[in-house]
Design a protein around this ligand. Structure first.
Ligand code: URA
Length: 245
């Protein structure tokens, strides 16, 4: 377990800015293991030390795993100069510590995992791991069985790159169609560009699944919750299976 500066831990936990937490410490309002802290730079082990701020004990968790139903209009990043970001939707104690695992376009909705577990992130995003991502999409135009075959063969995008084979399932076909798409990569605007290459246009896109992690449909857009122990175990287990580690 890592030792960290007390002021940094308190700021990350959303107690206040570094400056504010220094003031709290100066005023004797913070205790560590029952002893009043005097030095903001003192080292603590947040998972282990009992840290009390103004009578409230901090519940520190080393690892954070959050499932969000990303709403449209927010950016999947930790900061942006113009738009709200997905972390702006979270309480400070999480917002300060997590990053989104991969990106969804600003207008895309659905499953987004946020965590501070860099290893898990890497394993879910690394191209060679081929973690599948499933989307629901509405398409302007008629989606046909031939498109399904083209998706299965891989689609050549506008920049000349040919995608890995992808699965396309037609839910309804007409002047506007509904489909499910499963891809194993995460190229920029990939799903939209795959349809563009076929002369079709995505009008709505929602991610339903990433590996074993399925969007909890009880989460309204913008809502989030921590992963359950089972969800986390299968997400990690799956990664082991695929890499053989
Ligand atoms: N593909 C896209 O085109 N956009 C997304 O947000 C995700 C996948």
């Amino acid at each position: 377990m890592k030792r960290e500066r007390l002021d940094k831990v308190l700021a990350h936990m959303g107690v206040g800015t570094r400056k504010e937490v220094k003031q709290l410490i100066k005023h004797g309002l913070v205790t560590v293991g029952g002893v009043t802290a005097t030095d903001p730079g003192m080292h603590v082990i947040p998972e282990q030390d009992e840290i009390v701020v103004d009578g409230h004990t901090l519940a520190y968790k080393r690892w954070i795993y959050i499932m969000m139903n990303k709403p449209p209009g927010v950016i999947s990043a930790t900061e942006d100069t113009r738009h709200r970001t997905v972390v702006d939707l979270l309480p400070l104690e999480w917002a300060n510590r997590v990053h989104p695992v991969g990106r969804l376009d600003v207008d895309t909705e659905g499953l987004l995992l946020l965590t501070n577990d860099g290893q898990l992130s890497h394993n879910l995003l690394a191209p060679k791991k081929k973690v599948d991502k499933e989307y629901f999409a509405r398409i302007e135009g008629r989606v046909l069985p031939d498109h399904v075959r083209q998706f299965a063969a891989g689609i050549t995008l506008d920049d000349g790159y040919t995608t890995q084979p992808a699965q396309l399932e037609i839910l309804s076909s007409g002047p506007a169609s509904e489909v499910k798409v499963t891809i194993t990569e995460g190229k920029f605007h990939q799903v939209k560009r795959m349809f563009t290459a076929l002369g079709l246009r995505v009008t709505y896109l929602k991610r339903l699944r990433m590996g074993s992690l399925v969007l909890d449909e009880s989460l309204v857009p913008g809502a989030y919750r921590e992963l359950t122990a089972d969800e986390l175990a299968s997400l990690k287990g799956e990664e082991k299976e695929k890499t053989g580690e």
